[in-house]
Write a protein that binds this ligand. Structure first.
Ligand code: NDP
Length: 309
């Protein structure tokens, strides 16, 4: 059985950056992740990554992936369902119950889109309800759509949809949008976007596909919106599966606690990117990359110190 120096779990910016550094440090490693490119691929417009004037999440992640592949690193599109500590490292198990042996692990598992947790939400996924504008926006050409959320993901989604749809409603539970002021200004100045403040979604309706949203408002009678699509952009939460399997220290929201070397509470396990408490929880591509680089460097130093065979 192959024994790796390092298995990187996750396929977002933290994972790919860690891999580039690990390759230069000659660490024998592999990247394993379910969704190639991670959550970034759901963002249609990125304007704050230093090397890019403007780029879509998919294109940026393809660039990073190509860099990694050109270094000869294997990227496996798979889900890790279990992880066990052994005497001299870890066994990582994939969906087909195949065990892979490694000396160290980097968790770069990111976060997954938060759900509204209302009735019928799952029924309409793919039938009018989406979490990904990059994937689904084109289905709503000249149609009416709603976006729920009041921060950056919602803003970029509204702005993107405004170029495709006939009308965009952005629903937000408070009375003032938050996030990047540049996006907020663009949302406010966009004639196709109507922001509906102080509202949340109470119910989704439609025969086979989404047709109507019932809003809830603590101050007024509930309103209804006739829409063809709804994009849920209300943030994301870390996936606790592997964190819990390894019993790693985490904060109350499930983010993995790390020190300034990206080390977790368990020796031999590092974490980087959106899944951690690091970088002041500033969930940006650049901070994920930075944490990935620090983690790879720390793993290299650890391996040298320990002289792991
Ligand atoms: P955020 O956590 O920043 O915002 C989530 C939004 O959804 C908030 O407005 C929040 O409301 C609202 N919300 C949360 N739960 C619910 C709920 N149950 N019902 C209704 N509304 C809810 O997440 P984002 O995904 O927007 O952003 C995450 C990070 O990624 C940020 O750091 C952001 O800057 C970055 N990002 C940057 C982008 C870019 O620049 N291109 C694009 C996308 C993200 P409330 O305000 O009341 O908390």
């Amino acid at each position: 059985m192959t024994k790796y120096d390092l298995i990187i779990i996750g396929t977002g910016p933290a994972a790919y950056t860690a891999s580039i550094y690990a390759a230069r440090y000659k660490l024998k490693h592999i990247i394993i992740g379910e969704k190639l490119g991670g959550l970034v691929t759901e963002t249609n417009k990125i304007c704050n990554f230093p090397s890019e004037e403007e780029i879509s999440g998919i294109d940026l992640m393809k660039k990073m992936e190509t860099r990694v592949k050109n270094l000869g690193i294997n990227i496996l599109n798979d889900k890790i369902i279990d992880i066990q500590k052994t005497k001299d490292g870890f066994y990582v198990t994939n969906q087909n119950e195949k065990k892979i042996k490694t000396k160290t692990v980097l968790l770069a598992t990111g976060t997954k889109s938060r759900k509204l947790e209302i009735n019928n939400e799952n029924k309409y996924i793919g039938k009018g309800v989406s979490h990904c504008a990059t994937c689904d926006a084109m289905f709503y050409k000249n149609k009416n759509v709603a976006i729920i959320g009041g921060s950056d993901s919602a803003h970029v989604t509204s702005l993107y949809l405004s170029k495709i749809a006939k009308k965009v409603y952005q629903i937000y539970r408070k009375d003032k949008l938050r996030g990047d002021p540049t996006w907020i200004e663009q949302v406010k100045n966009n004639k196709k976007i109507e922001v509906i403040f102080n509202n949340n979604i109470q119910e989704l309706k439609g025969d086979k596909i989404l047709e109507e949203i019932i809003l809830k408002n603590p101050y007024q009678k509930n309103k209804s919106l006739k829409v063809d699509g709804l994009f849920i952009k209300i943030g994301s939460t870390p996936d606790g599966l592997l964190t819990n399997k390894l019993k790693l220290a985490q904060d109350k929201e499930g983010y993995i606690k790390v020190n300034n070397q990206q080390e977790t509470s368990l020796q031999g396990v590092w974490a980087a990117g959106d899944v951690t408490t690091a970088s002041n929880k500033l969930k940006q591509i650049i901070t994920a990359c930075s944490e990935g680089a620090i983690a790879a460097d720390s793993i290299f130093n650890f391996m040298q110190r320990k002289e792991i065979p």
